[in-house]
Design a protein around this ligand. Structure first.
Ligand code: FAD
Length: 482
């Protein structure tokens, strides 16, 4: 890296997603006389608007993609440069961008997000969904499709199978129930009938945070991850007139994907003509083979760490994220990380777990900025309260969904008790108790219980004497605990 063109900066933040933008905004406003630089590969940045603290830990906000000039106008000391980072030399505090510029930082925060973990690389029949571009590519291909195979059981797969119209969906999930990342089998059972309801009858208004897209930018490879309502405004319709339904294959994964030619030439012991003629064929681990137009791989994400690793000594977590301590510091001096790219390496509170979600990207970006500031000012800082209790509010199959704490009894083994209340088509309430204390909850529908339950989880009150009364619908639980 040659020296003449090196820009010297106090703070450099990489990534124009929610984590990076939140971090840059916080730093720029706190250090108004320092130059702050946000380097991002995407032409648009993501900003949080209409932020609303719903309860102590639950938050809701809208996300807007905006041109970077909006940020620069708001913070005169913040410069946004659209160029991907090519190389980091952490020991020398130098960053090199694709556009040839070199930056010297005092403090760096990496917020480069994550990308979809694809079943196979470079297979034209396999699509991942990550950003606006890939969602549009999906829509384009879907408009010519009669049948698709969806692989994965997380949030993206859940939304996808629910939203697709006019195309048959074969949905392969590795678990015994759908939505295993978010739900247990009971909640899955509650949701399944929604998949069978005709699209036209699903007219409930969608109340969730809306994701808006500015159409000005023609972006290239590394866009930011989509968030809630990524399919809003994108019609997900195949070629068939009527909704052709979702068929779920449980407890299986993909064994092999064949092109049409490979399939026809294969020695497979199956009646090939019965399966019809398709562009691709998917063989599942349960032995079944489905022909399809294409495959959507929604099997989780991999942190975008590549440009930062070579020549440096970053400690990576098991999921390949940059491991950060309770001050969001990586193992390289003066390098912090936040959002999807990082993995929380501190001993977490008994009621919190990391999930690569929108809310956590914002919280981590904000907290990382405060940690960088505290370090520069040599002030102490404590782990933020938002990491005390996991909380997430979203929508699945048009139901409001609130998840609190160890909502799926994560890490509790057999040492827990569940209480469930369910009214078909209306609500599903589950609480997780351990030693008589509430440690988690799943609330589907308009239950109005989130605040009370959040309090019960946070204050760890002994609830043993209430037993099942806790979920008695005839008791106003709020009054009960006043
Ligand atoms: P990102 O938003 O991915 O931003 C990363 C940024 O880094 C981008 O601007 C990118 O251009 C930039 N970048 C990458 N590499 C480089 C480089 N080398 N140099 C410079 N810049 C670089 N979460 C929810 O909470 N609710 C949901 O309903 C939900 N739905 C989702 C649906 C889909 C289809 C997807 C893909 C994700 C969804 N998520 C959802 C997850 C959520 O979008 C992410 O957790 C969140 O956006 C992560 O924010 P981030 O800032 O860490 O990363």
């Amino acid at each position: 890296i040659e020296s003449p063109s090196i820009a010297k900066l106090t703070f450099v933040i990489v990534g124009g997603g929610i984590a990076g933008v939140t971090c840059a905004e916080q730093i720029a406003s706190q250090f108004a006389s320092d130059d702050v630089c946000l380097l991002t590969a995407s032409p648009l940045v993501k900003t949080v608007t209409n932020f609303k603290q719903v309860s102590k830990t639950l938050e809701e906000f809208d996300v807007e993609e905006q041109p970077s000039s909006v940020l620069e106008e708001k913070y005169p000391n913040l410069k946004v440069i659209q160029s991907a980072v090519k190389l980091l030399r952490a020991k020398e505090h130098l960053l090199q961008a694709e556009n040839g510029q070199t930056f010297h930082y005092k403090k760096l925060c990496i917020c480069s997000g994550a990308r979809p973990k694809l079943l196979t690389q470079d297979n034209p029949h396999v699509l991942g969904i990550r950003d606006t571009d890939s969602a549009q590519e999906f829509q384009k291909r879907l408009s010519k499709a009669k049948r698709i195979v969806v692989i994965g059981n997380g949030g993206i797969a859940l939304e996808l199978v629910y939203e697709v119209e006019g195309c048959e969906v074969i949905w392969a999930v590795k678990d015994r129930a759908i939505g295993n990342t978010f739900f247990d089998a009971g909640a899955a059972q509650f949701l399944i009938p929604s998949l069978e309801v005709d699209k036209k009858e699903r007219s409930l208004p969608c109340k969730r945070a809306r994701y808006t897209t500015d159409k000005t930018g023609g972006s290239k490879e590394l866009g930011s991850a989509l968030g809630p309502d990524w399919h809003e405004g994108i019609e997900l319709r195949g070629t068939e007139q009527n909704s052709s339904g979702v068929h779920i294959e449980y407890e299986c994964e993909v064994d092999k994907i064949y092109t049409q030619q490979e399939f026809l030439q294969s020695q497979l012991d199956t009646n090939k003509s019965e399966l019809g003629l398709w562009p691709a064929y998917v063989q599942l681990t349960n032995g079944k083979i489905y022909g399809c137009d294409f495959v959507v791989s929604a099997t989780g994400v991999v942190p975008n760490t590549d440009p930062f690793l070579s020549g440096n000594n970053f400690e990576l977590a098991g999921d390949h994220g940059l491991r950060v301590d309770d001050h969001m510091r990586t193992s390289e001096q003066d390098v912090y990380a936040a959002g999807d790219v990082c993995t929380a390496g501190w001993e977490p509170s008994a009621l919190w777990q990391q999930m690569r979600l929108w809310t956590q990207a914002r919280q981590m970006g904000w907290y990382a900025a405060r940690c960088m500031a505290a370090d520069v000012l040599e002030e102490p800082i404590e782990l933020d309260f938002c990491f005390e209790l996991f909380s997430h509010i979203t929508k699945f199959f048009n139901y409001k969904v609130v998840l609190l704490g160890k909502f799926n009894a994560q890490g509790l083994g057999q040492d827990h008790e569940l209480l469930v209340r369910c009214t078909k088509g209306q609500e599903y309430v589950k609480v997780v108790l351990t030693g008589g204390r509430m440690v988690g909850a799943v609330l589907i529908g308009e239950t109005d219980l989130e605040e009370t339950f959040e309090n019960l989880i946070l204050n760890q009150m002994d609830l043993s004497r209430y037993g099942e009364e806790l979920l008695n619908p005839n008791i106003d639980i709020e009054d009960y605990f006043d």
